[in-house]
Each structure stands twice: as C-alpha cells, then as structure tokens.
Design a protein around this ligand. Structure first.
Ligand SMILES: Nc1nc2c(ncn2[C@@H]2O[C@H](COP(=O)(O)OP(=O)(O)O)[C@@H](O)[C@H]2O)c(=O)[nH]1
Ligand SMILES: [Mg+2]
Length: 253
C-alpha cells in the first residue's frame, strides 16, 4: 500500500495545528500516512508542534529560523517527506482535511495528480470575500494566459493538491512566491489529472499572510515559467462529480 505524506507550511498557526492534525488523522483512518509541518513561525506554533510530535509518531516538523517563505517551505517538505503520494494543504482549515480521503482514492485509481476544485459542480469558494474572489479569479486568468498547461484545470492556483512523488524526479522547481501548484504543473511530466469538488472555508483562527508582494512574485513566476515550462503532451483532465467521487472512495479505499 502506498504511503501518503501531507505537507503543511505554517506561519503563526498555533491556534489551528492541533485541530488540523486530529481532523487529518480521522479523515485518513485506514490509510498509511504522516504529516510534515515546515514552520517559520514567531508565535507558539513550534511549541505546539513539538508537543504534537511527541504524542503522535506520525507528526514531524522542521522549524526554520534562517529562512522564511511559503514556496521554500513547501519545496523543503517535498525533499524531506518520504510518502509515495505527497499532498500539500494550508494549516488554517480553509482546506477541509476530509478532502484528503477522496484525493487519495483519485491517486489510487491511477491519477498522477489530484486537484480539488472550488469551481466545479459540488464545490464552493464561500470562504472568500468579494475582494479575495476577484484577486483569485485574476490570478487564474493570468495563469491560463501565460501557461497552456493550466488551461484545462479549473482551480490551478490554490495551495491544495496531491501527486505521486515520482513526478518530481528531475524537475527543476524554483522556490518563488506563493503558487507552488502552478510550479509543479509547469515543471513536471504527468498523464492523468483528476479534479474533485470541495468547499473552501473561512480561516479558522489567526490571520492571512497574503501581501501585495505576493502578486508581484506571481507575475515574476509566470514570466519565468513561460520559458522554463516543460512540454506537456497527451494530458487528460478527468472531472469527478460528487456522486462519482463517493463511488470511487468506496472502490479504492
Ligand atoms: N512555512 C511558512 N508558511 C507560510 C508562510 N506564509 C504563509 N504560510 C502558510 O501558508 C498557508 C497559506 O497562508 P494564508 O495566510 O492562509 O494565505 P491565504 O489563504 O491566501 O490568505 C498557511 O498554512 C500559512 O501558515 C511562510 O513564510 N512560511
Ligand atoms: Mg488561508
């Protein structure tokens, strides 16, 4: 049975990580998994993570002091997590951990990548206010114009995705900015992507670290990827309905 490693970047998420771990463990009952926090916090998060990792052998964390930044944190997670499947998820419970179960079913059914979507039937981006909806819609639109590999994917700019670790072999990922999934989609080779619907939620506690700088970094990232992106041929994107997703969970888990 393949092992799943869930990678969670954290910056001042002391109020969220304990609930996150217990919901991930519950969602993944019966699935071999572990959780890797890459933490740059200045609050109590490292103390909470230390306690959680003592109580739970499936919780690992690395606290960085010399380095900061979402992209380098996630790429560090890719290096140290040893699962056959890797998932990336935010710590603030905006990505409901229960979605990890159907994502695992999608990979077990043969997908190379599973990308949950707020924008297909059964999904919702209810956790965003109108301004964040506009920012998020503009980011998607810019991404699709710059990179053909994003065009058939409905929600390619979030921080929630799962993939077979082997697609990273030989990939030249640049740790720029905020949109790691865009980097993975542009720089790796894959055949089958599965999209499943999910409901995005309000941040549980703490505050967003999104800054104006992030928009600028995203534009730089897209400009670089126009030249660096690998050639993708014969990629199939399969979009699962809520009912089909349930059937596949029963079949594969
Ligand atoms: N390790 C690390 N994680 C970060 C950093 N900045 C943000 N994060 C984490 O990245 C995830 C998404 O950040 P968030 O502020 O919720 O962004 P938003 O959802 O776009 O408002 C959360 O789990 C944050 O704790 C950082 O500099 N380092
Ligand atoms: Mg968030």
């Amino acid at each position: 049975m393949e092992k799943l490693s869930v990678i969670v970047p954290t910056y001042n998420e002391a109020g969220n990580v304990e609930a996150l771990v217990s919901r991930i463990d519950k969602a993944l009952e019966g699935i071999v998994h572990d959780i890797w926090f890459i933490d740059d916090s200045t609050d109590q998060t490292p103390e909470v993570l230390q306690r959680l990792s003592e109580q739970n052998p499936g919780v690992h964390y690395e606290h960085r002091t010399g380095e900061k930044g979402l992209a380098t944190a996630v790429i560090r997670g890719f290096e140290i997590a040893d699962g056959d499947f890797l998932a990336c998820m935010d710590a603030d419970l905006q990505h409901p951990p229960e979605i990890l179960r159907p994502m695992t079913a999608a990979l077990r059914s043969g997908a190379d990548l599973c990308i949950p979507s707020r924008l297909i039937p059964g999904g919702s981006d209810g956790g965003l206010n109108w301004y964040r909806k506009l920012v998020s819609g503009t980011a998607r639109w810019m991404g699709k114009i710059a990179l053909p590999c994003l065009r058939n994917i409905s929600d390619p700019t979030s921080g929630l995705f799962m993939f077979r670790k082997k697609i990273l072999e030989g990939a030249d990922l640049a740790p720029v900015g905020w949109k790691i999934m865009v980097e993975v989609l542009a720089m790796t080779h894959y055949r089958l992507i599965v999209e499943i619907p999910y409901e995005f939620h309000d941040r549980a506690t703490g505050e967003s670290k999104l800054s104006k700088n992030v928009t600028l970094q995203y534009i730089q990232q897209l400009a670089g990827l126009r030249f660096r992106a690998v050639k993708h041929t014969a990629v199939l994107v399969s979009r699962w309905s809520p009912e089909f997703t349930e059937r596949m969970v029963r079949k594969y888990l």
